[in-house]
Design a protein around this ligand. Structure first.
Ligand code: SF4
Length: 718
């Protein structure tokens, strides 16, 4: 940790852009007067967004938890001693598992945890708790993109190239990502495409990012929610029908072209216009623009990139939709070339590293499959345990949460780095499940809505109080540094897992030293897809641009696929996809479709950013975006309180009338809790491949609260 008054070079606590910053502790008092300044780094070039600039507010916040809390028989949480609390947890785990089996205890992790914590949490679940049941909130973010990337390329690294490569592009197709709000410094990497009038934004809303296409800088396509897959098939149809594909690339580097091309025949632009609402002429023009950029890139000039975000991925057909985007990129010859590419934009701070090191239900460290005998043998050897000591695959997040409190289901849950009472779909049911548990243990630094339901709350350290690593949206591993002293009473999650593992007699090493756990992670990852075995803290401290795979003896891999894709054949795979009838039905207004998403001022469930005065003042309450014509039909005026109702529940918000949204669509950010919680409304189908819940096309009704009160009175009288 730095001395007071000198700056520590670290990275932002929030999103996956991982903007570089310098945190300077004050020379008086613990964390009062901590200052943050942006630092030169390829992703942010010195820039920060409002969240990053104000992140120091979290460090000295009066809500900070500084002692373990235990719920008494009277239902009140009271402070307790660490030693007694850890013994209590170990005793309760033992008795629950003795009664109901090992899988009656489960773990829920988060994509904001450092690599060391994510790795140790996976090991803790399997060797200390001896349960198969662990999954994490990345299932709600990146799982469809990951599944599609693995299927097509044999690997899932969000951006398989450094972000700076985008700067030289003449065409960028941005699908379902509002980066101008979610990660503002990213926008500077789109300027090349804007200057070439080649920025194409696909979003049902005229978002801040869509407005970057104004003044001739590109085009905004505004499809009906839930029809992105059809739009992508239409674009690919034009590429094939007009002979715009890169035949030489397809023959040399891919397989599966014939099946995909055959399936595209029925997605002609006029048909796609009827489904998506995007004019056939715009579909043709977009396909031609992409092909023009691809040709330029293939000749060493400014190229074309296709990037996906949650807008097209958070659907019950998210894997197939992302696959359609990859197919389009492969037809044009973009992935694995120097001047063009395909990527997906990771959201959470360690959303990339968090999905590599074993906190997923089906995964071991190094992005290994838990069902692969060779992977199990390798990891067992690193852990010093017999292979059968590692349980098999567990339940993906939605199924895991559905098992809470059910007969034969989960009786005890450990939560780290997640606020599932707000961020999980069908939040009311999740809250009921949390309440019905015999033991809920939540590690957090604030009393989040999930922690408030816990039987035991463990106060842990924040981003600038501990050492660790994260892996940003480019697959680059970064050091997070301790810059300020933690409050007395709070402990690192590595320490508490070490202590609990000791009490539970876990048969392997658990250390509270991040460097020790990183070294073990690196060994466990050796030979895996996400290979970190050439990395240690000294390499990262030296400022290495450490892109994985980074096997021992290498200097890392900034650009994947330049020679070959990761499948054993070395080829990328085009996979035929088409909308299932249920997905096509999503375009039928019933009567409105709700899309949930993010705001500039808040992050994830808002546990942190709703506690930053400046951010809360800017966005203090949930606001439902709806079109003025829709509002007029419903008798709703600007700032009216409204109630939104779906098959899963209802939420309250203030009406925000804007012509930036389609008349058949409403938008609600998911950063707010309780009556304002957008996830009280979500909870439809999940993607059959990835387990991703549907977040973008929930059928809802909207009414002004006054109208609703009147209707309720009428029903009461009747
Ligand atoms: Fe950068 Fe994201 Fe932090 Fe904003 S929230 S400063 S974009 S890392």
């Amino acid at each position: 940790m730095e001395q007071a008054g000198t700056g520590q070079q670290t990275h932002c606590p929030y999103c996956a852009l991982q903007c570089a910053m310098t945190v300077t502790a004050s020379s008086h008092g613990r964390n009062d007067g901590v200052t943050i300044t942006g630092r030169e780094f390829p992703t942010n070039r010195g820039g920060l967004c409002r969240k990053g600039w104000s992140a120091a507010d979290l460090l000295s916040h009066p809500d900070r938890l500084t002692a373990p809390l235990v719920r008494g028989a009277d239902g009140v949480l009271r402070e307790a001693e660490w030693d007694a609390v850890l013994h209590l947890i170990a005793d309760r785990v033992r008795s629950i598992q003795a009664e109901s089996g090992r899988d009656s205890v489960a773990v829920f992790g988060g994509g904001g945890l450092t690599n060391e914590k994510a790795y140790t949490l996976g090991k803790f679940a399997r060797l200390a708790l001896r349960t198969s049941r662990i999954d994490y909130n990345g299932r709600f973010c990146m799982s469809s993109a990951a599944a599609a990337g693995n299927r097509a390329f044999g690997v899932d690294r969000g951006l398989p190239f450094p972000l700076e490569d985008l700067d030289a592009a003449s065409v960028v197709l941005l699908l379902g990502s509002n980066t101008a709000d979610t990660m503002p410094p990213f926008v500077q990497h789109l300027r090349g495409a804007q200057a070439a009038a080649g920025l194409i934004v696909v979003d049902p809303r005229r978002s801040a990012t869509a407005r970057l296409t104004d003044q001739g800088k590109g085009v905004h396509l505004q499809p009906t929610p839930g029809t992105d897959l059809a739009l992508l098939l239409g674009l690919a149809h034009v590429v094939v029908a007009e002979g715009l594909e890169d035949r030489r690339y397809l023959a040399a580097r891919t397989s599966g072209y014939d099946d995909v091309a055959r399936g595209l025949a029925r997605w002609w632009p006029e048909r796609v216009q009827g489904i998506t609402g995007v004019p056939a002429a715009a579909i043709r023009a977009t396909a031609r623009l992409l092909a023009q950029g691809a040709r330029s890139g293939a000749q060493g000039g400014p190229g074309a990139y296709i990037l996906t975000g949650r807008g097209i991925e958070q659907h019950a057909d998210g894997t197939d939709t992302t696959t359609a985007a990859i197919n389009l990129a492969l037809l044009l010859g973009l992935p694995g070339t120097l001047h063009s590419g395909f990527g997906t934009l990771t959201g959470q701070g360690n959303g990339q590293g968090g999905r590599e090191h074993g906190q997923k239900a089906d995964q071991l460290p190094g992005y290994r499959k838990i069902t692969d005998p060779a992977a199990r043998a390798h990891v067992a050897a690193v852990w010093g345990v017999p292979e059968d000591a590692i349980p098999g695959p567990g339940l993906p997040a939605v199924e895991l949460l559905a098992s809470l409190g059910r007969p034969g289901g989960t009786r005890c849950l450990f939560v780290h780095g997640a606020n599932i009472a707000v961020s999980a779909p069908n939040a009311s049911t999740v809250i009921d499940g949390l309440r019905s548990l015999d033991l809920l243990v939540v590690s957090d630094f604030f009393l989040s809505e999930t922690a408030a339901l816990a039987d035991i709350v463990l106060p842990v350290l924040q981003w600038a109080e501990e050492e660790g690593t994260v892996t940003n949206l480019e697959g680059r591993v970064l050091r997070r540094r301790a810059a300020v002293a933690p409050p007395p009473g709070a402990r690192s999650e590595l320490w508490l897992m070490q202590e609990l593992a000791r009490l539970l007699e876990a048969p392997s090493l658990f250390s509270d030293d991040p460097a020790t756990m990183f070294d073990e992670l690196a060994r466990a990852s050796a030979g895996g897809i996400a290979d970190y075995s050439g990395l240690d803290y000294s390499v990262l401290e030296g400022g290495a641009a450490a892109y994985w795979p980074y096997p021992a003896g290498s200097t890392g891999t900034p650009r994947l696929f330049l020679d070959a894709f990761t499948h054993p054949t070395g080829r990328a795979v085009l996979v035929p996809v088409a909308p299932r009838s249920a997905a096509l039905d999503a375009r039928v207004p019933a009567p409105l479709l709700l899309a949930t998403g993010r705001l500039l001022e808040h992050y994830q469930s808002g546990t942190q950013t709703r506690r930053v005065t400046e951010l809360l003042a800017a966005q203090p309450a949930a606001r439902l975006q709806l079109h003025p014509a829709t509002a007029q039909d419903l008798g709703i005026a600007q700032d009216d309180p409204v109630v939104v109702t779906s098959a899963h529940g209802e939420a309250r918000a203030l009406a925000d009338l804007t012509a930036d949204i389609r008349q058949d669509t409403v938008f609600l950010a998911f950063h707010y809790a309780e009556a304002e919680s957008a996830n009280r409304l979500t909870g439809g189908a999940t993607d059959p491949v990835s387990g991703m819940p549907e977040f973008k096309t929930t059928p809802v009704r909207v009414a002004s609260l006054s109208t609703r009160a009147f209707t309720d009175q009428l029903e009461a009288i009747a």
